[in-house]
Each structure stands twice: as C-alpha cells, then as structure tokens.
Design a protein around this ligand. Structure first.
Ligand code: GDP
Ligand code: GDP
Length: 436
C-alpha cells in the first residue's frame, strides 16, 4: 500500500519546521549536495518505529502576497487535501491565539484525523500550559518540545494510530507504475489523454491514501500500466494550484509511487531552471527516468534540430545521462504510443538482477583493463561484488580499503556495468565496503 502522508499545520513561529526537521532527521540528499540544487525542504520521507510515512511542512508553502490569515487558511486547506493525518501545532508559551482558532475552524471541516500538539513545552514543570488547548476541540493535546526533542514519541504514536488501514491496494507485481512530471503547460494532461486514446480506462481512487490522488489503469500490448495521480494533472481551480511549491509537492508524491518517471519538457520553449529542479527530484528518488520532449509538432525543424535538443538535455541534466529521450506531440499523437515500449524497457532495467558470477566476471575484466587506483603505496583490491537490491539496482563491492576507491574509479566501474548490462533509464548505485 502507498505510504500515508502526514502534514504539519499551524500559524507561523510555533515550530513547524523545527518539528519537521526533528522527525525527518538527517536524510542526506545526493542531488542537493552534488548538483548544487538548493531547496527548502517541505516534504520528506520519514519513519517512526515500523511506520513509513511522508511528512509535509505546510509552513514552507508560501502563498504569495496573500494576507496573513489567508496564508494560514490556505496552508490548512492544503494539509486537508494532501494528508491522511494532520498534526495541528501550537505554541504553549503563548497560549491559544486568534490565529490558532482560525486554523481550528478550517480543520473542523475535515473528517481526517487531527492530532493536536503543544510545542515549546521544554520541561515537565511547563506541562500545565497544555490545558488551555482543550478549548480548540481536538481532544488531548500532546505536549512536545521541538528544540529539546521531548514528547515526539508519544505524538508520533498517536499519529501512527490514526493511519488509514492498509487497503486492498497491495502493489500488483505485473503492473508498471509511471508518472508524468514537469512544469505547468508542458502538456502533461494532453499526453495522458493521448496515451489513453479512445480506449475505455479504469480510474480508481488510491486506497490507503484518502487524498484525491487518482490512478488510471491501462493495458497496452498485453502489459498492464498504471498512470499515477492523473487527477493531479487536472486543473481543479484551487487558489494554490499554480504555486510552484505546491506543484513540487504533488510531483514528489507522484514520483514516490512510480517505477518510472517521465520528465516532460516543452520542445517549443526549451529547457528552463524549473525543469532542472523537477528532474533533480526524479533522480534523487532512484526511479527509472526518461525525458519526453512534447509539442514537437510546433517546432520548426531541420536535420540538426533534434541533435541540438539532445545536446541541450545532456548538458543541462548531467546526472541523468542514462535517461532515454523521446520526441512526441500530444496534439498530433506522433510517436506517443512508442512511449509504452520505452517505459517497459526502463522498468525492466530498474528491476534487473544480475547473477553474482556474471557480475564478478565483468568487474574482474574491468580491473584487468584499468587497474584499481593506489595511494601511498597501497593499492585498492576488489575481492567480490554482489547485487543487494533492485529498483534501483544496488551493488556492494567488497575491497581491502574503501578509502582507496576514488570517485572516478567508481564511475568507471559503473560505466562498465552499464556497458555490459544495459541499465538504460535506471540509476545504479555502487557501495564500497571493507571485507570483514
Ligand atoms: P515555524 O514558523 O512554525 O516553522 O517555526 P520554526 O520551526 O521556525 O520555529 C520558530 C522559533 O521557535 C525558532 O526560533 C525556534 O528555534 C523556536 N522553537 C521551535 N521549537 C521550540 C521548542 O520546542 N522550544 C522553544 N523554546 N523554542 C522552540
Ligand atoms: P499541463 O499543464 O502540463 O498538463 O499541460 P496541458 O496538457 O494542459 O497543455 C498545455 C497547453 O499546451 C494546452 O493549450 C495544450 O493544448 C497545449 N499542448 C499540449 N500538448 C501539445 C502538443 O503536443 N503540441 C502543441 N502544439 N500544443 C500542445
């Protein structure tokens, strides 16, 4: 079943981002570090005991120039739309304020579980501060301290107890799940329509998540597909629909639930900064990836146009050099159905398992061609490699001294694996360990 989503809401300065960071902990983001992409984190996976969930800090979604109360109202509405469980955060040092009551009023409208937390209760003597908060009408308030890390366990127990029951959404083995992500107006909805054609399609609400995510099932040439969150592509006329942070949130949720992600670009307009950020999310998530250049019908072309666009993509998305590129038109439907074959190929590569004997032959051969690096008289020795995971494929290489494994040599080994096994469209990871 899909992971539940938890959102933190509350007026400014009650400690939302502090709590978010506490719960999420240090999850190092490869893309942010390596590619220099900076972003305020408002969405992350997290876990508590045996529960995996996604966490949203709605305070990070700034709603343009709207007045203060309107901002809080919209953030609370986003929480209601996007979350399965809501943490309503308040500040015990200030007591119940008008703004808290405003938030409460909006949260009354939802049937989703709301867990009330009173933050900044930094020591046990301060616990009396919570009684005031019963007046908000959300039952027992949970006293916590974000800065001291107190009370979070009890709070998360209450949150986890409210998670929706695991539905019948058991991930079917033989279904390939994919999503289309991209800036507004690149043609995502049009592409979905073109992909589905006139065929009858099965649209289903996603069990386990009570959000308005809608998946569309489809069969093409004997293969079952599921297009993730087609509803998110439709315009619903919400005020916050076009806010970048909000679309990022939708995209991250869709990526999470996909095997393969289609990064849709607008052939007419070329590549923009926002495309790079969006692509970064897909790469970071370790999913299968391809580029789809849409609106190719509207591009004036000569025999160099496509090569030029290919080069632009490779130059702008260095870390996605393994992602295939397709040129399509949702309008004329040109080459649209060929996407299914590519998606299938990527999904197979993403789940590919290499036999250890074959894997080690390739590694030995690679080392024979390009000897492992040495440093101060010590040479890296590779003893053995084994694949430990799929989706994406992860390999552990056992060596004498992991410090001797240079980035460039690791890259060389990865390239050899790609040359030998394909892996088009999927990231692969290599981990170096000392043989114990
Ligand atoms: P947000 O606007 O709701 O995201 O609030 P922040 O997380 O930015 O926190 C606002 C301020 O409250 C910061 O100065 C935090 O250091 C402080 N703060 C957060 N949690 C606690 C806490 O548990 N105790 C105390 N004393 N201060 C806190
Ligand atoms: P989304 O916001 O990414 O879902 O984009 P839409 O599917 O709503 O498309 C945005 C606009 O681009 C609409 O006016 C579409 O008619 C137009 N559009 C979409 N695909 C194509 C295409 O392949 N060629 C052309 N010329 N226009 C397209």
């Amino acid at each position: 079943m899909s992971k539940p989503t938890v959102a933190i809401v509350g007026r400014p300065n009650v400690g939302k981002s502090t709590i978010f960071n506490r719960i999420v902990g240090e999850r190092i983001s490869i893309v942010e570090d390596v590619a220099g992409v900076t972003r305020d984190r408002i969405y992350s996976s997290a876990d508590w005991l045996t529960h995996d969930f996604n966490l949203i800090d709605t305070g990070g979604i700034d709603i343009g120039d709207e007045p203060f109360l309107e901002q809080i109202r919209l953030q609370a509405e986003i929480a209601i739309d996007e979350a399965d469980v809501i943490i309503f955060l308040t500040n015990g040092r200030e007591g119940v304020t008008d703004a808290d009551e405003q938030v409460a009023k909006i949260l009354y409208k939802t049937k989703k579980p709301v867990v009330l937390a009173v933050n900044k209760v930094d020591n046990p003597d301060m616990r009396d501060m919570i009684y005031d908060f019963y007046s908000l009408g959300f039952g027992d308030p949970y006293p916590i301290s974000g800065s001291h890390g107190i009370g979070l366990g009890d709070l998360l127990d209450a949150v986890a107890a409210s998670f929706p029951e695991a539905g019948d959404d058991a991930e079917e083995e033989d279904v390939i799940r994919f999503s289309l992500i991209g800036r507004p107006n690149v043609g995502k909805s049009s592409l979905v329509n073109a992909l589905l054609g006139e065929e009858r399609v099965i649209v289903s609400n996603v069990a386990g998540t009570t959000t308005d995510a809608i998946d569309t099932s489809y069969e093409f040439e004997g293969q079952k597909y599921k297009i993730i969150d087609t509803a998110g592509m439709r315009k619903k006329g919400k005020v916050y629909e076009n806010m970048e942070k909000y679309s990022v949130l939708r995209a991250l949720k869709a990526i999470d639930r996909s095997d393969v992600v289609l990064i849709v670009l607008n052939g007419e307009e070329g590549i923009r900064e926002q495309d790079k950020r969006i692509a970064g999310y897909a790469e970071e998530a370790g999913k299968g990836v391809m580029f789809v250049v849409n609106k190719w019908d509207a591009v004036e072309k000569d025999d160099k146009t496509m090569n030029k666009f290919n080069e632009d993509i490779r130059k702008n998305f260095l870390f996605l050099d393994y992602a295939p590129i397709a040129y399509v038109s949702a309008k004329t439907k040109q080459r649209v159905t060929t996407l299914f074959d590519t998606i299938k190929m990527i999904s197979e590569n993403h789940a590919l398992r290499i036999q250890s004997s074959v894997l080690n032959e390739v590694i030995e051969d690679a080392v024979a061609r390009n000897p492992a690096p040495s440093d101060k008289g010590r040479r890296l020795r590779i003893y053995y490699a084994t694949q430990v995971a799929v989706k994406p494929p992860v390999f552990i290489v056992f060596v004498n001294e992991p410090e001797l494994m240079h980035f460039s040599y690791e890259r060389f080994l990865q390239n050899r694996l790609r040359e030998s096994f394909g892996f088009e469209g999927t990231p692969i990871r290599l981990i170096t360990r000392a043989r114990s």
